[in-house]
Write a protein that binds this ligand. Structure first.
Ligand code: 13P
Length: 297
């Protein structure tokens, strides 16, 4: 019987807490940061990994030593499986090339190489890459397709450019955002295998690197509309893969639970959080983890 060349994918739990260090840290800093996350005194690890995916997405130079640390950590704490999916946190990459495997692609990192290190998630289409490197929906979809074909989970950033006008009707604000988000979603879903899992990171471009995240009263209905676009695609095109939607853009402690937002918690709307600057302090990560775990009790 011919071997199936359909890739298998890591389990995608219902809740996700993801952190990207972008290019903020030196490799030595990232290694110390990872060690702090893993240190029992931080009170973060272990998490119930079948319910929550906790993931760190470091820069490319730091990936190899981070993978070695995680592999060693899981060997010292477990007598059973040492598979990367049993590591205390998932390791992601901030990009990969649109060819799935090795070749003459100077300066590129192919998904096959990432997979050998235990990487499970690859981020694509971040607003910073779209702005600084002219990445488009098309290149994002091509890259995500190559990662999907390799059995990695694409984490695809989508977002509208301008802040909404909240003086007018909310339906209009959401509609304006969706006019930019819908093609970002459908071009991506059209490129990956129908059974491939995907994580969409809804990151309103105007809310990245800001003092405050976008308001829950706006993000909630936008995320609902994103899910409708995905649902329609599933119905009309036969998509069966799991889709999760997380929020990023100045996300930090208090947002999930609503503690800092008059009780309106984002946790009711999204499947997870994608942290940037507010993960730089280990205590901030611990706060967010506690909020997510607390909401699942
Ligand atoms: O872009 C982000 C995550 O990808 C969020 O970054 P900030 O939290 O720094 O806004």
């Amino acid at each position: 019987m011919a071997a199936s060349n359909q890739p298998t994918y890591p389990h995608l739990p219902p809740k996700l807490i993801l952190m990207s260090t972008k290019a903020y840290f030196s490799p030595a800093h990232t290694i110390n940061y990872l060690k702090s996350l893993l240190d029992p005194s931080s009170g973060i690890i272990p998490l119930p990994t079948s319910d929550i995916l906790f993931g760190l997405i470091p820069d490319f130079l730091s990936i190899h030593p981070c993978a070695a640390i995680l592999s060693e950590h899981s060997q010292s704490t477990s007598t059973s499986s040492k598979h990367p999916q049993q590591w205390p946190l998932h390791l992601g990459a901030q990009d990969s090339f649109w060819e799935p495997t090795y070749g003459a692609y100077t300066g590129c990192t192919v998904p096959a190489a990432l997979k050998t290190l235990g990487i499970t998630i690859v981020e694509f289409g971040h607003a910073e890459r779209r702005r600084l490197l002219s990445e488009t929906d098309e290149t994002t979809a091509k890259k995500a397709a190559a990662a999907s074909q390799t059995g990695l989970i694409p984490l695809v950033c989508i977002g509208e450019l301008n802040a909404p006008d909240l003086q007018g009707p909310m339906s209009m604000a959401v509609g304006n955002a969706m006019s930019q988000l819908t093609p970002q979603i459908t071009s991506l879903l059209s490129a990956i295998p129908l059974h491939a899992p995907v994580i969409f990171a809804y990151e309103p471009v105007w809310a990245i690197g800001a003092a405050e995240p976008a308001g829950v009263e706006f993000v909630g209905p936008v995320v609902q509309a994103i899910r409708q676009v995905v649902g329609k695609f599933e119905k009309t095109r036969g998509r069966t893969g799991v889709t999760r939607v997380v929020y990023g853009g100045s996300a930090g402690p208090g947002l999930w639970s609503g503690r800092t937002n008059g009780g309106m918690g984002l946790g009711e709307w999204v499947d997870g959080m994608f942290l940037g600057r507010f993960a730089h302090r280990i205590e901030g990560v611990k706060d967010v983890v506690d909020e997510v775990v607390g909401s699942m009790a």
